[in-house]
Design a protein around this ligand. Structure first.
Ligand SMILES: Cc1cc2nc3c(=O)[nH]c(=O)nc-3n(C[C@H](O)[C@H](O)[C@H](O)COP(=O)(O)OP(=O)(O)OC[C@H]3O[C@@H](n4cnc5c(N)ncnc54)[C@H](O)[C@@H]3O)c2cc1C
Length: 485
């Protein structure tokens, strides 16, 4: 992406993307209406300064009775993002141009002052600055035994286009490895009479449901910043207990922590962060990343009907079920029982299933990713792993820092790649703020400063022009008149 605002030359933004539709991404490409947002509509606006933007879009686009507390199908949100992007591009005409390049970026290098992005179609895209907005890394499946990895009945990435076509085309039982939000969606999609979907994970715990009638967040009454992890944990538990007593629900306490999470994470030592991941992460995740109430009801129904089982367990080994298949006559027919897999779990249980789907979630460490773009950035020293190796090291605006802690190139990132720095950085309420800040920095960036680390940066707290969010909002409003929203 290139950003330069001069009267003579409009800014140009290039959105490199391998999929077909801008806006959909991994999360919102699904057209299965059972796959719902896990954040209520009132908190899913793509503009941080206009909370009702998504809700108004829903009302105008077929949901006249939509409310801020609705959890709508995710495909609707993909449509909204595509619309919002097209709308912004039209309104920015003359000042900025957007070109959607349908290709995968496979490498990024800096030649003098310009970035050179190698694309999967063999071409090279040149830019003054780049934003790594590639979303969560594809899971690596470190737990997958070799026999399973080689099996045509193994789905390594549940969100890849067409990934579930195989299990959807047959009635065989299915094993989901992972019991988080991905497993929940996959279980709903694969459900049918006569099939059992088994879901296993280390804890066997499903995400908790959102409240049908949510209460407003409750801020912790005691200061939490700067406390050692042990004390922080005690105070958080106390805050939750008090909120349960006063409000009858733990959720407002958790929601009240959300605006503080990044700051609290930032004050923990590396050892404390490590301890948090080992001891608290699972509990945090199931309470923080919750299911929509309708999703929770559907899941409860499947469990009651015994079409979904959820338990603690890890895959110990996998073998082909049928002896004939072991001798080489492997059937690749989707409905063939001969192709079943026998999965032995660490507690000795053996499950005979037609398919195994990896629902363990994305890779969080770029250094472990096989993606050439990420590998190349690290190898060239243009980026360095973030705290504990999670995501990338960035400054407060999301600019990538090299191994020495300095910004080596005009290269920014946001979302999942900032998780090591911020912890809470994967959902729209955080990403929209980060995106606005990156856009603000790029738009304000004098052309000379975009010419690489060899050139001095303008003075400011982060080595960038000082700017406030209000100033950014004012500029945003100049190209986003309210009448158009
Ligand atoms: C199943 C699921 C459900 C979710 N539900 C919610 C929700 O309800 N609410 C919420 O707030 N958050 C949700 N999230 C979190 C979600 O990740 C964020 O909301 C948001 O979609 C992240 O946006 P992003 O642009 O950073 O990444 P993505 O949406 O993943 O987009 C990244 C894009 O970059 C492309 N890309 C990747 N690598 C390259 C490359 N090398 N070259 C070119 N293009 C590339 C991808 O194809 C993709 O189009 C969900 C996530 C998942 C996986």
């Amino acid at each position: 992406m290139r950003g330069r605002r001069t009267a003579a030359r409009p800014a140009g933004g290039r959105a490199g993307r391998s999929g077909p539709e801008a806006g959909a991404g991994t999360a919102y490409a699904t057209q299965d209406p059972r796959h719902r947002l896990n954040v209520p509509a009132g908190n899913m606006s793509c503009y941080p300064d206009d909370a009702g933007h998504f809700l108004r879009w829903l009302v105008r686009h077929g949901d006249p009775r939509a409310t801020a507390t609705d959890f709508v199908p995710r495909g609707r949100f993909g449509g909204y993002l595509a619309d919002a992007l097209a709308d912004a591009a039209v309104r920015a005409r003359g000042a900025a141009a957007l070109r959607h390049v349908r290709a995968r970026a496979t490498g990024c290098s800096w030649a003098g002052a310009r970035a050179a992005l190698a694309l999967s179609d063999g071409s090279v895209l040149h830019a003054d600055a780049a934003v790594l907005a590639t979303g969560p890394l594809t899971g690596r499946g470190g737990w997958v035994p070799g026999a399973l990895r080689r099996s045509p009945r193994f789905v390594a990435d549940a969100w890849a286009p067409g990934a579930l076509d195989g299990p959807l085309a047959c009635d065989r039982d299915v094993l989901l490895v992972g019991t988080g939000l991905t497993a929940v969606d996959v279980a709903l999609s694969l459900d049918r009479l006569g099939r059992t979907v088994h879901a296993v994970s280390r804890t066997g715990a499903l995400p908790r449901p959102h409240a049908a009638t949510p209460l407003p967040p409750v801020a912790p009454p005691e200061p939490l910043e700067g406390l050692p992890l042990r004390q922080l944990r005690c105070r958080v538990y106390r805050h939750v207990r008090r909120t349960v007593r006063s409000h009858g629900d733990w959720r407002p306490a958790l929601d009240g922590l959300r605006p503080l999470t990044a700051r609290l994470w930032g004050t923990l030592t590396p050892e404390e962060r490590d301890e948090f991941l080992a001891r608290d992460r699972s509990l945090w995740n199931i309470h923080r990343h919750r299911m929509a109430p309708a999703t929770a009801e559907a899941v409860a129904g499947l469990r009651r009907a015994r079409r979904l089982t959820v338990s603690a367990g890890q895959v110990a080994s996998v073998a082909q079920a049928d002896v004939a298949s072991q001798t080489g006559a492997v059937s690749d027919r989707a409905d063939s029982a001969a192709a079943d897999l026998c999965v032995t779990l660490d507690d000795g249980r053996v499950l005979r299933v037609g398919w195994v789907v990896d629902c363990t979630g994305p890779e969080t460490h770029p250094a472990r990713s096989g993606d050439p773009l990420h590998r190349g950035l690290l190898e060239a020293g243009l980026a360095a792993p973030g705290p504990l190796g999670i995501g990338y090291a960035t400054d407060a605006d999301g600019r990538l820092l090299g191994p020495g802690g300095d910004a080596r190139a005009p290269l920014w990132t946001l979302g999942a790649h900032r998780r090591g720095e911020l912890w809470e950085s994967t959902a729209i309420p955080e990403i929209r703020v980060q995106a606005a800040r990156v856009a603000e920095v790029l738009v304000d960036r004098p052309a000379a400063a975009a010419r690489g680390a060899a050139h001095p940066e303008p003075a400011g707290p982060m080595g960038l022009p000082p700017a406030t969010y209000a100033a950014a909002a004012a500029r945003g409003a100049a190209v986003r008149p309210d009448a158009d929203r």
